[in-house]
Ligand binder design. Structure first.
Ligand SMILES: [Ca+2]
Ligand SMILES: [Ca+2]
Ligand SMILES: [Ca+2]
Length: 196
């Protein structure tokens, strides 16, 4: 009886470990609106150029209403932003960065380079493109600090819009393998006990 409960507990642990763990999440709604913002509730840094925090409330260049605050990746200095979040990541764990990008909604098309650790992708957004979810995956070979970076190309003060960034971790497969091996071992011992 005890053993059966133990195995059930083990399966429950396995089930909860299968769910992705949120490592970082930011919708920019805690940030204050402003042009050429330099300080962010989510700990972002502007490593080059400038970005703007826009949206509502109060309405301030609220180009895609209903999304609280969000980032205009090309600020107001004629030098588009390079917007980075440093993350402490563990070797061998697969991380997924999801984020939403929208077009500028001010008439121009914008290209955004995104890096997540050593994973890179480029997105081109037409002016009217609504917020769309994108995903990048990265598995560090060694533990350390890695950046999730968004860089709007060009520099005309009118950039793509960024909102709803989330980084999640999926436990490595070897964790499941160990857990399954452990459960198989318990089953084997239980059978031997019954045979005696
Ligand atoms: Ca938002
Ligand atoms: Ca701007
Ligand atoms: Ca532009």
């Amino acid at each position: 009886m005890f053993l059966r409960h133990f195995i059930a507990a083990g399966l429950l642990v396995g089930a909860s470990a299968a769910q992705a763990v949120i490592v970082f999440s930011d919708n920019f709604d805690a940030d204050t609106n402003g042009l050429n913002a330099v300080s962010f509730a989510g700990g972002w840094t502007v490593s080059n150029g400038t970005v703007d925090v826009i949206g509502a409330p109060p309405p301030f260049f609220d180009l895609i209403p209903g999304n609280g605050h969000y980032i205009d990746l090309d600020g107001s200095t004629g030098n588009a932003g390079e917007f980075s979040k440093a993350l402490s990541l563990t070797a061998g764990v697969t991380y997924t960065a999801s984020f939403q990008l929208a077009g500028s909604h001010r008439g121009d098309s914008n290209t955004v380079d995104v890096w997540f650790g050593s994973t890179a992708a480029t997105y081109t957004l037409a002016s009217g493109d609504p917020l769309g979810t994108q995903m990048l995956m990265f598995t560090p070979g060694a533990s350390g600090t890695f950046s999730l970076t968004f860089a709007n190309l060009g520099g005309d003060n009118v950039g793509a819009l960024l909102d709803n960034v989330e980084v999640t971790a999926i436990p490595e497969p070897s964790t499941y393998a160990l857990m399954l091996a452990g459960l198989a071992g318990i089953g084997f011992v239980a059978r031997r006990r019954r045979q005696r």
